[in-house]
Design a protein around this ligand. Structure first.
Ligand code: G1P
Length: 298
C-alpha cells in the first residue's frame, strides 16, 4: 500500500478484574497470577507479546498488584540463593522474566469495565497504535496470535481484532461481530472487514458466530471513543461498545487466527490448558501421559 505505518511497540494488559470465577483462590491474589503448570497466566501473554516484537508492557492493576509487580521485578535474594545452590537452569528462568520486558504499571481503582481499564493506559501509550492482551485467553499457536494480527495491522494501518467461531449456545459470553471476508495475501479466508459489533448479545440477536477473543491491535483514536462510551452490559464501560463508536470513523478488521485458544478464566478451560501444556512439556510430558493413561479413562 506504500503507506508508512508506525510499528506497534506497546502492549496493554488489563489485570484489575475481581476474578470472582476463581474465588476463593483469587481472594488475595489476582487471577492473572494463577499458574498454568509453573508460569502465571499473565506471563504466557507477555511472552506472546515479546515473541511478536512488543517489548513495552503496560499492566493495568487493581487489587493485589504487588504479586504481579514482584513477579516481573528482580529478586536478588532468590537469584543469590539459586546461584549458591548451583540451580543454573532455574536461575536463568527466573532472570529471564525480569530481563525480558520494560514494564510500567497504572492503577484502575474500580473495576468499571474493560474499556475503562484500557483508557487508564492512555497517558502511557500516547498517540500510537498498541496491543491489548487479555491474559485469560491463552493461545497456543505456531505464529503468536498477536503477530498474526500485527501482519494485518501493518497492511491496513487500522485496528484489528482476534476472532474465533464459537457454537451458538456459547456466543452470549463474547463480543460478537458482523463481518465480511476480505481476500488477503497468504491469509485468505481469515481476514474480515467488520461492519458491526455487539457485546454479549442474547443468542437470537448475535449477528454471527464470530466471537472476539482477547487480542486487539488498536489505533489511538480508541481512547476518544472510550471517553464517549456510556456504560453498557453489566453497567460497565465496554471496549466492544467503544469499538462500535470507532467504527463510525475508522475501518476495523478481524483475523480468524490460527491456533488453539483456552479460556483460562473458566475452571474447565483452565484445567484443559493445564493438561495440554503439561503434556507438551519435555520435562513432564511423558510422566504425565503415563499417569493419565493409568487412570484408565478411555
Ligand atoms: C471480554 C470482552 C469480550 C470478549 C472476551 C474474550 O469479555 O468484553 O468482548 O469476547 O473478553 O475473552 P470477558 O470475558 O472479560 O467478560
Amino acid at each position: 500500500m506504500g503507506m508508512m505505518i508506525a510499528p506497534v511497540r506497546k502492549a496493554v494488559f488489563p489485570a484489575a478484574g475481581l476474578g470472582t470465577r476463581f474465588l476463593p483462590a483469587t481472594k488475595a491474589m489476582p487471577k492473572e497470577m494463577l499458574p498454568l503448570v509453573d508460569k502465571p497466566l499473565i506471563q504466557y501473554g507477555i511472552e506472546e507479546a515479546i515473541a511478536s516484537g512488543l517489548r513495552n508492557i503496560v499492566i493495568v492493576t487493581g487489587r493485589g498488584k504487588t504479586a504481579i509487580e514482584d513477579h516481573f521485578d528482580v529478586s536478588f535474594e532468590l537469584e543469590h540463593l539459586l546461584e549458591l545452590r548451583g540451580r543454573t537452569e532455574t536461575l536463568e528462568a527466573v532472570r529471564a522474566i525480569s530481563d525480558m520486558i520494560d514494564v510500567a504499571y497504572v492503577r484502575q481503582k474500580e473495576a468499571l469495565g474493560l474499556g475503562h481499564a484500557v483508557l487508564r493506559a492512555k497517558e502511557l501509550v500516547g498517540v500510537e497504535s498498541f496491543a491489548v492482551v487479555l491474559s485469560d485467553d491463552v493461545i497456543d499457536a505456531d505464529v503468536p496470535c498477536l503477530r498474526q494480527l500485527l501482519g494485518v495491522y501493518e497492511f491496513y494501518g487500522a485496528s484489528v481484532l482476534a476472532l474465533m467461531e464459537v457454537p451458538r449456545e456459547q456466543i452470549s459470553a463474547y463480543g460478537v461481530v458482523a463481518a465480511e471476508p476480505r481476500p488477503h495475501e497468504d491469509m485468505d479466508g481469515r481476514v474480515f472487514r467488520i461492519h458491526d459489533l455487539v457485546e454479549k448479545p442474547p443468542p437470537d440477536d448475535a449477528p454471527s458466530n464470530l466471537a472476539i477473543i482477547g487480542r486487539y491491535i488498536l489505533t489511538p483514536e480508541i481512547f476518544t471513543a472510550i471517553e464517549s462510551t456510556p456504560p453498557g452490559r453489566n453497567n460497565e464501560i465496554q471496549l466492544t461498545d467503544a469499538l462500535r463508536i470507532l467504527l463510525k470513523n475508522r475501518p476495523i478488521y478481524g483475523v480468524k487466527f490460527d491456533g488453539k485458544r483456552f479460556d483460562a478464566g473458566d475452571k474447565l478451560g483452565f484445567l484443559q490448558a493445564t493438561v495440554e501444556f503439561a503434556l507438551k512439556r519435555s520435562d513432564l510430558g511423558q510422566a504425565f501421559r503415563s499417569y493419565l493413561a493409568s487412570l484408565g479413562l478411555c
